[in-house]
Design a protein around this ligand. Structure first.
Ligand code: AP5
Length: 191
């Protein structure tokens, strides 16, 4: 373990396209297995809400559906993990890594990852969930013009992440097409 504070803690990455249900499932997993849910997008949105200069720059990037630079995301992530380490037996790192480099840097600077939960859904499912959320309970980055870009960014950048960890035998692929409870039933077979 590179960060001493995280020694002996489980580290699990949670990846999937926008709207695949990473956050929904991470909350359920966290409750059932006593793992701490840390979402990179929640950390980034908190920075945006703080109104800082850095937050303003992040807001522009996120509203366009593009990826925030790795140094920013990894910096916020490390800070959050270290702060919560004393009270946690392990972490679900939701929304990270989005690029192979993010994963490599995390393992070099934080510690080894046990597995990668990959929630797989078709582009049509992803888009319809984003559209539904935008119509009912929108976030500032639920910008319909950027949905296709978010999905394309996911395939281009995060597709290679899945391939990378598959080669290492660490990927657990879970169909995210069913209801949230059906998906969670599938998750529990692997944890
Ligand atoms: P992020 O918030 O992670 O956006 P995302 O990947 O686009 O994913 P979402 O949060 O929209 O969806 P989700 O998979 O968590 O699904 P959820 O459970 O919410 O990131 C936002 C932005 O931040 C990025 O675009 C990027 O700019 C930046 N960013 C974040 N991390 C980064 C990183 N590591 N590096 C660089 N930049 C980063 O569910 C979605 C909706 O579907 C909800 O309404 C939910 O109720 C519903 N739903 C969930 N499951 C089901 C189901 N099984 N059936 C029906 N509906 C469901």
């Amino acid at each position: 373990m590179v960060l001493a504070e995280l020694s002996g803690k489980r580290l699990i990455f949670v990846v999937g396209g926008p709207g695949s249900g990473k956050q929904t499932q991470s909350e359920k997993i966290g409750q059932k297995y006593g793992l701490t849910h840390v979402s990179t997008s929640v950390l980034l949105r908190q920075e945006v809400q703080s109104g800082s200069d850095r937050g303003k720059k992040l807001q522009e990037i996120m509203a366009k559906g593009e990826l925030v630079p790795v140094d920013t995301v990894l910096g916020l992530l490390k800070e959050s993990l270290v702060k919560q380490a004393g009270a946690s037996k392990g972490f679900l790192v939701d929304g990270y890594p989005r690029e192979v480099d993010q994963g490599t840097r995390f393992e070099a600077e934080v510690g080894p990852v046990e597995k990668v939960l990959y929630f797989e859904a078709s582009d049509a499912t992803l888009k319809s969930r984003l559209q539904h959320r935008a119509a009912t309970n929108p976030r500032f980055d639920d910008n319909p013009d950027a949905f296709d870009r978010r999905i394309a960014t996911f395939h281009a950048k995060t597709g290679p992440v899945v391939a990378h960890y598959e080669k290492l035998g660490k990927v657990v692929k879970i169909s995210a097409e069913g209801s949230a409870d059906q998906v969670f039933a599938e998750v529990q077979k692997h944890l």
